[in-house]
Design a binder for this molecule. Structure first.
Ligand SMILES: Nc1ncnc2c1ncn2[C@@H]1O[C@H](COP(=O)(O)OP(=O)(O)OP(=O)(O)O)[C@@H](O)[C@H]1O
Ligand SMILES: [Mg+2]
Length: 497
């Protein structure tokens, strides 16, 4: 069983008090002994003077009757047990209270020595001298009964007082501890109630200064806890509401992402169709022209086997070409996210295959002299090709829109500080400053709704950042073409290798 704090405190206090009282008692007994010993010596000195002056004359005169009378008189003092007078050769002259004169007592120096206490008597002697000449000695037995009694009484009295003091202390300590513990118990109950969720609990411990301070601090703490819990509950509510909102926002974002993905795909297909149209325009024209001329010759009856053979060969050649371009486009549009180490130049050439006809039909010169054919990178080749197509198509659009006379796009690639850098620079005048930091945002376009969706550069930057760990930036820089200087947008694709 655990001992209560109050009892521990009472017992410890009483033990300390008992120890201190014992030490005090020991000290008092010592002091009493010193005092009594001093008193004994003072009395002995008094006796010494009296007896010496009384006995000198009878000893010289050998008046034994007087000596006996003096001894008998002195023996009446209650603290004197015996008296023996001896001459200077230690021969017993007279004795009172001592039976065996031949056997003289042993002299003691301390009235509280072991022997003195045992036989309740202090044996001492007083010399009898006259003008420095020793005449004899008085042996004297000084009773210590009275001292022993005094010491006993003092010890008993001290013990009684100490016991009374201890009882009183115990009573006071128990009362005080009960009072303190009462507050502690109240404090514990309240703290327990708060710990179990009853935050409205407060304590009332009375109005003494220290307790009032404790009470104030405790109640303040309880109030703070109550307020904090309230705030936490509110926060929790808010958080739940927020997380609900966040969830629905995430769902919305997901839908938005799906939509964007779909739109991106549609944009790619749209771009491809426009490029196919360009690619097919010339061969379809050629086929139409050749078949028309064959028909005309037939109408005029000028046709021969050679014409038929030549025309069909040529049409087959063009049809094959058309079929091949369809394959190229299909290959590109097909989802083929195969990661490999591919050549930057090849990836760019695939883009050129797709946009070249469109560039040519719009009279745009593409300079790819500065492409380094030794550069390779890990990733999905079609994705980088898509980025090139987007940038080249944008240049084509702006060159047409601005109606630049000599349309020019210059491409370069090189390695710099462990990065592969690809630049695509046109001479269409550059991106205007107001929209410079918006062109990579989704749905940002300066084109008419039917012309652009604003997805091209957003998609390109997403591919470069997320799939190649790289960066895409744009700067307006001057470009030389046919001895003339132009301003134009220069896109930098920076790929860590
Ligand atoms: N080479 C360039 N020179 C000047 N402005 C450009 C150039 N390339 C892009 N821009 C500007 O950046 C805008 C955003 O281009 P982005 O490719 O993202 O969308 P878009 O071309 O308008 O539409 P689409 O989704 O069909 O590509 C363009 O509308 C255009 O204003
Ligand atoms: Mg675009």
């Amino acid at each position: 069983m655990k001992m209560s704090l109050a009892w521990k405190w009472v017992i410890a206090s009483l033990l300390i008090e008992s120890l201190m009282l014992t030490l005090l008692l020991i000290k008092n007994v010592g002091q009493l002994e010193d005092n009594l010993s001093n008193q004994t010596h003072i009395r002995l000195n008094e006796q010494k003077i009296l007896l010496q002056s009384a006995l000198v004359a009878p000893i010289i005169q050998m008046d034994y009757a007087t000596i006996d009378a003096i001894l008998n008189e002195t023996k009446n003092i209650s603290t004197i047990d015996y008296l023996i007078v001896v001459d200077n050769e230690n021969n017993c002259i007279s004795s009172v209270g001592w039976s065996d004169c031949k056997n003289l007592p042993k002299i003691e120096t301390n009235p509280f020595s072991k022997d003195s206490l045992k036989d309740e008597r202090f044996d001492t002697s007083i010399p009898i001298t006259l003008f420095s000449q020793t005449l004899g000695k008085i042996y004297l037995g000084f009773s210590t009964k009275f001292y022993i009694q005094a010491k006993k009484e003092m010890i008993i009295r001290s013990v009684i007082i100490a016991m009374a003091e201890l009882i009183l202390s115990a009573f006071l300590l128990i009362t005080a501890s009960k009072w303190i513990i009462k507050n502690l118990v109240s404090l514990t109950h309240t703290a327990n109630a708060i710990a179990h969720g009853d935050y409205s609990q407060r304590i009332n411990l009375g109005d003494s200064k220290e307790i009032a301070q404790l009470q104030e601090s405790f109640n303040l703490m309880a109030t703070n806890i109550e307020n904090n819990i309230k705030n936490l509950k509110q926060l929790n509510k808010k958080e739940k509401h927020l997380s609900k909102k966040l969830k629905s926002q995430l769902e919305k974002n997901h839908e938005q992402d799906l939509l964007l993905k779909h739109q991106t795909r549609m944009a790619i297909i749209g771009e491809m169709l426009s490029n196919i149209a360009h690619q097919w325009r010339q061969p379809l024209n050629a086929i139409t022209v050749q078949l028309s001329s064959l028909k005309l010759k037939n109408d005029l009856n000028l046709i021969d086997d050679n014409d038929i053979n030549n025309t069909s060969d040529s049409v087959i050649k063009y049809a094959n070409y058309l079929s091949n371009t369809i394959d190229d486009f299909r290959d590109f549009i097909k989802d083929n996210p195969k990661k490999e180490n591919f050549s930057i130049e090849n990836s760019f050439n695939r883009a050129v295959d797709i946009v070249s006809a469109s560039l040519k039909n719009n009279y745009i010169t593409l300079d790819k002299e500065k492409i380094d054919n030794q550069l390779f990178i890990d990733g999905v080749t079609n994705e980088l090709t898509q980025v090139f197509i987007n940038i080249l198509s944008n240049s084509k659009d702006v060159l047409n829109e601005k109606n630049i006379e000599k349309k020019f796009i210059q491409v370069s690639s090189y390695k710099e500080n462990k990065n592969i850098i690809i630049t695509i620079h046109d001479n269409a005048g550059g991106v205007s400053e107001e929209i410079m930091d918006k062109i990579f945002d989704p749905y940002f376009t300066t084109k008419h709704k039917s012309q652009g969706t604003g997805i091209g550069l957003y998609m390109s930057s997403k591919i470069i950042h997320e799939h190649f760990d790289g960066e895409i930036i744009v700067k307006n820089e001057e470009i030389e073409y046919q001895n003339k200087s132009y301003m134009g947008a220069k896109f930098y694709i920076i790929l860590p290798s």
